[in-house]
Design a protein around this ligand. Sequence first.
Ligand SMILES: Nc1nc2c(ncn2[C@@H]2O[C@H](COP(=O)(O)OP(=O)(O)OP(=O)(O)O)[C@@H](O)[C@H]2O)c(=O)[nH]1
Ligand SMILES: [Mg+2]
Length: 394
Amino acid sequence: MTVVLIVVIVLLLAVLSAGTVTVVRRNQIDRGPEPEPELRRGRAPVRPAPPSPPDVEPAPPPDDAGPPRGSAGPAGPEPDTKAPGEREHAAPTAQRPRLSDRLGRARNLLGSSLAAIRGRARADDATFDELEEALILADVGLPLTGRLLDGLRSRVRSGEIADSPTALLDALKADVVELFAGEDRDLAYAAESPSVWLFVGVNGVGKTTTIGKLAARESQAGRSVVVAAGDTFRAAAGDQLAMWADRSGAGIVRGADGADPSSVVFDAVQHAAARGADLVLADTAGRLHTKVNLMDELRKVRRVADRPPGHVSEVLLVLDATTGQNGLAQAREFAGAVDVTGVVLTKLDGTAKGGIVCAIRSELGLPIKLVGLGEGADDLVAFDPEEFAEALFS
Ligand SMILES: Nc1nc2c(ncn2[C@@H]2O[C@H](COP(=O)(O)OP(=O)(O)OP(=O)(O)O)[C@@H](O)[C@H]2O)c(=O)[nH]1
Ligand SMILES: [Mg+2]
């Protein structure tokens, strides 16, 4: 009897302890996996894409000789069911970054050279040699460096500039600001909506990111925005743009992978017009400026985007400031192909040396409209020559 009682008690204890283990395991499962370290830090660019809206079916490639086929209106299911006016605008964001705070590398590079120049007694040949070296290091480029120094030399000789390094550097700063005088840096809107801003450039320069930043900015300003996923070359490009559109509340029109980019942009314009949207921001696939067929494709995108009801009011060439003088060759080719109206210089916060801004302006005469200072939605600022010269040469 006692033996039977002991066996029953042991069995009871065994059952109870098994139950406890089950509960602990369930609790562990309920907590779910630990978040990825990247997500915990909250870095925006790797945020998982939002559930993508149904894509707009691409219309057949528009024919250059006449109106695009299938162009009666936005094709396929609407990707964005809210009317532009109903769309909630992105929440007001933090203060915009300052160029002087982000131009780290250029300032470091120039800082020690400028300190050495300031320490000299006079603005003599040795001072000019040092200044020449500093400007070339800062990516101002040989031709412009030569022109700037020639002008300064003759003004020191004539006594217009005092024979002191500080006076010399002040005059240089003023000359750099003067380079940008008279340029129209405003982004243009067409008299009739929708305006189309087309973004072009080589691979990886920051076209899609710039569109994302601008979609947020324009939405905050109260404009209704549609982004056109004209990069049908890379499968992930549409998702990247959809993520930015989702954040800013902009509408998006996408095409199938490999679709004719001009048909996607055309659909986006139709979609924007049908909904009374103000602005279409059209992405394009990165392309080498030396590839004739790809540059021809871009010409076609521009032509199609400019057909009523669309009005191309900006063609923005996006250049990566860290590529230095090669940006000039890119700018020449793109400007020749699609009538570039302005430059967006990205990654000035990175390893860029800054002086390329001056070279682009002086060699190509294109206005620098915007500057990218980071990967976040707020990291896009209007280019300010005074602030730039102050940041670079102080
Ligand atoms: N630091 C920094 N990174 C930037 C800036 N603008 C873009 N980037 C980063 O540069 C990388 C490329 O940006 P994308 O916008 O994908 O470039 P893209 O021109 O659209 O590239 P493709 O579509 O491949 O031609 C991304 O990692 C961006 O986060 C900037 O101003 N500063
Ligand atoms: Mg892109």
